[in-house]
Ligand binder design. Structure first.
Ligand SMILES: [Zn+2]
Length: 180
């Protein structure tokens, strides 16, 4: 098995020259993989399996890793694990022997993943989207979550920070209690 370290693009010129159905397997390791502005997946590790198709290559990816997210309850940053598997078909755009364009009709489809003119197959964009989709809509640091930081809510002031209505009411209660 070959290694793909801190890179998501593979030169598949060799695989494009073999028979349909042939497989290449890679061990994938990414120390830090950007997902969005200020958002990264770290310690991403898994496997990438490429299968030669008649007009392209099927990439099968299984990876796990973590993303630093902010807990929606306590607002602390925690490590959210993810473990995903997906397949994506990459169309061949140029003939590996002649360099001539192939499958011209496919090129008009914006959503089709492609192997580029230099025979590079890059799983980066699909991987990025798949990890984002796997993350929880409401990040939660888990059973050990201490819950909302009441002290912070109390001192943030009612008129400044927008606070959840129930929390604001709770903060006012605490202030009243302190005043007694
Ligand atoms: Zn939490």
């Amino acid at each position: 098995m070959q290694h793909l370290c801190n890179d998501t693009a593979i030169n598949v010129a060799g695989l494009l020259k073999v028979q349909t159905g042939q497989v290449r397997e890679f061990e994938l390791a990414l120390d830090r993989f950007p997902l969005d502005v200020g958002l990264f997946a770290v310690d991403v590790a898994g496997e990438l399996r490429l299968t030669r198709l008649r007009d392209g290559i099927m990439a099968r990816v299984t990876v796990a890793g973590t993303v630093d997210l902010e807990c929606a309850r306590c607002l602390r940053v925690y490590q959210q694990p993810f473990d995903i598997a997906f397949s994506e078909e990459y169309r061949q755009t140029v003939d590996v022997y002649t360099g001539a364009g192939v499958e011209a009709e496919v090129a008009t489809d914006e959503d089709t993943a492609r192997i580029d003119d230099n025979h590079l197959l890059d799983i980066g964009e699909v991987l990025r989207q798949e990890i984002l989709v796997a993350l929880p809509m409401r990040p939660d640091c888990g059973e050990r979550c201490p819950g909302p930081d009441l002290a912070a809510i109390r001192w943030s002031g009612d008129d400044e920070a927008p606070v959840d209505g129930r929390l604001a009411a709770l903060a006012r209660l605490l202030e009243e209690r302190d005043g007694e």
